[in-house]
Ligand binder design. Sequence first.
Ligand code: BES
Ligand code: ZN
Length: 864
Amino acid sequence: MSEKKTFERLPKNVVPKNYSLRLQPDLKAFTFAGNEVVTIEVTEATNKIVMNCLDIVISMASYTAADKSSTPTITYNKEEETTTLTFPEALSVGTGDLTLEFTGELNNKMKGFYRSKYKAPNGEERYLACTQFEATDARRAFPCWDEPAVKATFEITLVAPKDRVALSNMQVTEKKPCEKDADLVEVKYGKTPIMSTYLLAFIVGEFDYVEATSSDGVLVRVYTPLGKKEQGDFALEVAVKTLPFYKDYFDIAYPLPKIDLIAIPDFAAGAMENWGLVTYRETALLVDPKNSSASAKQWVALVVGHELAHQWFGNLVTMEWWTHLWLNEGFASWIEYLCVDFCFKDYDIWTQFVTSDYTRALELDALKNSHPIEVAVGHPSEVDEIFDLISYSKGASVIRMLHDYIGDEDFKNGMNHYLSKHQYKNTFTEDLWESLGKASGKPVNDVMSTWTKQMGFPVIKVTAEQKGNNRELTLTQRKFCADGSAGGDSLWMVPISISTSADPNKAAVKIMLDKPSTTVTIENVSADQWIKLNPGTVGFYRTQYTPEMLDLLLPSIKDQSLPPRDRLGLINDMFALAKAGEVSTVEVLRLIDAYKNETNYTVWNDICSTLGSLSALLLHTDYHDNLKAFGRNLLSPIADKLGWEAAEGEGHLDSLLRSMVLLRLGRFSHTDTVSKAKVKFNDHTCGKETIPADLRGSVYHSVLAHADEETFKAVLKFFREQELHEEKERIMRALGAVKEPALIKQVLDFSLSDEVRSQDTVFVLTGVVGSKDGLEMAWKFLQEKWDVLHRRYEGGFLLSRLVKNCTEGFATEDKAKEVETFFAAHSAPAAERTIQQSLENIRLNKKWLERDSDKIKEFLSGSS
Ligand code: BES
Ligand code: ZN
């Protein structure tokens, strides 16, 4: 493993006040030229200015104050990503202008100022220039103080070919022909409010747009590829509803005159909240009325909701340092659901939160190699590392728990207090707790510190004793560990709600568990009534019941009188307990039987993910087929009920359910599903009958899972004919379903070919890990191509994702050793924690099999 890099923040003796920055990208030579005049304040006399700078060459530098100019020598420190300007004499305290001229490359790494390739309507390949600065890559575009707390104002000028669109954070204030070149224009933008460097954005390219003005008077535009305007309509509708929603929620107006949402063909993340100019992957913004699936639309709504929330939470008020990144991401990942719930009630999006964020966070956070939400970070590689499920999904989950604990009214008031008090400034996590504490009168800081400063979460063990008409419960908390170990003496302040069968939707009792153990009496409960902890599955903990308490709950699962989020939480807890060896896996497989009449999409989604994890584990056994049979039996009835055709007037969730069930049945080699998929695919590709967008992903999976060379070629041909990126992505994600080693090899090679954008390589490559051969081959491929991949992503989160997916599915000590040995020799600073997590998972898998395999085998052979 590589050494931790030493790191220091920039000195504070010189601070920027305003940058006047001019940039001129060259879309043919892939370079850019820039100059800037930074008005700085020298707060302590010094002869050195240290600023961030990476992969930029400074050709001229001078400092002018009080009519005196001085020229520094320039040195670079690549490790620290800085440049130091050393002046012959100390600069005196006061303000002055630092002038720099520089050049750089429009790189192809999707960071800093970079190029992105697209096809013009005439078929020609062209490039646009755009930026991605978060977390620490503004320094690749211009020398600057690239830390979130060093806020300044920016006056931007872009020089662009006159037939291109040139955009930045603010509105255009002036556009004139360039004096030196008649083919160029010089575009000036309004001065920004005081802001952090990571939120700047510059784009020069060709786009169409649709626009509207929101009810609160903000001009909103959605920029699409040329000729694809209508694909911006859905996002525009969401944005126009969302802006006033946030304005009302925060009770603060959107602070800029305009906001643009723009789709970039090469984009590493899903989207980026640049102030006033939000950038997106095409699949996170564009909706094609004819060819987009319900889940793609839902994803667009969530991402738009997420990035627009950052315009206040993150952009107006910004974390002081990356240690508090979770404030940004956890909060936005929570409120995006509030926003989508407001815009699209029929999505039942809060239930989906439980599978998309809450359970995934619990799973990761049970590992010894998790980390606290608030984590000390320094060097950029450590910063990259925390854009993970802990910051996002655990962050969102603890905010949801807090919102439930203090109530919407107080939460809203607290938010307004926080945003008003700290606007145009920076904050620590405690500042948010202070505002919410003030608004609610509750000990928010005490409660929340236990969730953000220590890693992990508790499992609450419940025992019950009937005493006449009352039930006396004993609740005990201890840290939940994925390996079932004791977990030390961490304690949380856990807001606990308890419901009973008298009213499954409401808490009968609420308490704060702030010690290891307590007793609670629930009054007026008869011996045959059930009692459940955590109604709505909002508390960030797992629950372990006695077998008797669990038995009482079973009928309410079967008749669905237990609400969906509770049904989901219960089975998910049980599965986690099984993985940890606290209950037997067979017990959970038996419990699944209570869900066979389930109708809720999200509950099914969770059960299917559970079966998916189990399937990944049992790949290493000789009875994997028995699990597939179990899956077929379980899903056939609901599949029969849903059919392949959408029923008249059916809703969003029915579409999601149908496509998910058919996808899983295809994976479980369900004969009817697979043969029908083949027919549909042929009809679709020869133009006889179009498959509805919602079913395409499932069909592609089934077809590829049983593909021979010829079918595989047909799919690739079909891929090449697609224009809509969503469609291409659907195919790319399905390619890895192939089973023949020769085809798997082709998929792996394809993932690095010119036909797959770097942003999508991970989908293609990790698609293959669902089979035993595929997993083995993907891991080999990752090692063989390590240098290429490492260079391609320069660390970064895409590489971490790749490492995770190609390693964590193994289940032997030998494999763990192999992974360890490889990364000991091949450093991956931004993936270090991921590697440790994978090793831990491999060893957990091994133990799980040792413990439960015989019993699972026996159970599955009996049931199929
Ligand atoms: N600020 C992030 C974008 C980002 C991610 C920058 C990673 C640098 C590294 C943005 O707000 C974000 O969180 N985007 C999410 C989508 C969201 C809906 C969860 C993403 O990109 O996945
Ligand atoms: Zn975000």
